[in-house]
Design a protein around this ligand. Structure first.
Ligand code: KG4
Ligand code: ZN
Length: 343
């Protein structure tokens, strides 16, 4: 089956075509970063309007890229949630309308399931079961993954998500949006020994996280520092180290709790090279999506949706988006239903 995937949950319009026999055929992305950067963060109304402008040309682009006629598309997968309601509704409306016009099935995909399965598009994908660390702009979760749709949340952030903490720390340091890549870049010039940031919640049992205190620590440190480039770099470096060290400690704890040693790290923050370097010290195999599939993209939605479509999942005619949606409520897809998770 050839599946068109559509992602519009936030500030990236992502479209892709995944073929269940041939793999990923094409993908295209339009990032709204330049538009939102001047406001220091995502403006939801502008995001929705821009998705409307970009989505149809991007669909045409991936069809051409995959040398595919619309008649060859057997199903459509779109992000149903979680995300910004207006942005989601653009993808939902276009996907559902095309599915109705082309008389093919469609399915709504959970955005975080998309991130979680993105590494399946790589040459060496992980085997189930594995532990996943999801680190994006809206979520920080440790998930035990027994199979597609078989997710147990082991722990999550009680306040800011990791990406959000990066974005807020960048903002207070006067760095551009999105904060993650900006903090990563300047942290390279930082002296890791100058500031000692706390590792939140590591002395408490359990696998939950809290990052809002770290952001406040960064603010207080910046307020009492000389406002020069070096202080900025030193704070960015100490902040990043504290975040990655905390994630590292909790992942080790998750291995102990589950008895599973395989780790998948996904979501925007997993693109960070300092995180990847730190995680090399884990005594286990760590899998990542390629950097362009760490952040939002259509390929992960096309892939996750293709599994659900092949398993017979279908959406009705209603245009439905779910800005809040628990990943644990998703249905399991059994590999014995004759579906192969990868090629
Ligand atoms: O997964 P994603 O594209 O969107 C959501 O689902 O939220 O993640 C975006 C988040 C942003 O907060 C961004 O600052 C962060 O991921 N991010 C990074 C890096 N690249 C993106 N954080 C740290 N280092 C990076 N290289
Ligand atoms: Zn995302």
């Amino acid at each position: 089956m050839r599946v068109l995937g559509i992602e519009t949950s936030c500030d990236e319009t992502g479209v892709a075509i995944y073929d269940t026999e041939q793999g990923l055929l094409s993908h295209a992305l339009f990032s709204q970063i330049d538009m939102h950067a001047r406001y220091g963060g995502v403006v939801p109304e502008l995001a929705s309007r821009d998705h409307i402008r970009r989505i149809v040309p991007l669909i045409q682009e991936v069809l051409e890229g995959a040398r595919t006629h619309s008649k060859e598309i057997g199903g459509i997968a779109y992000t149903e949630g979680p995300g910004l309601i207006g942005a989601l509704l653009v993808g939902v409306s276009v996907a559902r309308s095309l599915a109705w016009t082309w008389q093919i099935p469609s399915v709504g995909v959970h955005h975080m399931e998309g991130h979680l399965l993105a590494c399946m598009l790589e040459e060496e994908p992980p085997e189930f079961p594995f532990v996943t660390l999801l680190v994006s702009g809206g979520h920080t979760q440790l998930v035990k993954v027994d199979g597609v749709g078989q997710y147990q949340i082991l722990g999550e952030s009680l306040d800011d998500a990791v990406g959000e903490a990066f974005d807020k720390t960048a903002k207070l340091l006067g760095l551009p949006y999105p904060g993650g890549p900006a903090v990563e870049k300047i942290a390279l010039e930082g002296d890791p020994g100058r500031y000692d940031f706390p590792r939140p919640m590591v002395n408490r049992p359990g696998l939950d996280f809290s990052f809002s205190g770290l952001k406040t620590f960064a603010r207080n440190t910046w307020e009492s520092a000389e406002k020069d480039h070096q202080s900025k770099a030193d704070i960015a470096c100490a902040f990043s180290e504290a975040v990655f060290d905390t994630l590292f400690i909790k992942c080790k704890r998750a291995f102990k709790e589950t008895g599973i040693q395989n780790l998948v790290v996904a979501g925007g923050v997993s693109a960070n090279k300092q995180l990847r370097e730190r995680f090399k010290k884990l005594d286990s195999k760590v899998y990542y999506p390629r950097p362009e599939f760490c952040t939002d993209n259509g390929a992960m939605i096309a892939y996750a949706g293709s599994l659900r479509l092949m398993a017979g999942e279908r959406k009705g005619l209603a245009f439905q988006a779910q800005p809040r949606w628990m990943m644990e409520s998703l249905g399991a897809i059994n590999k014995f239903q004759g579906i192969s998770y990868r090629l």
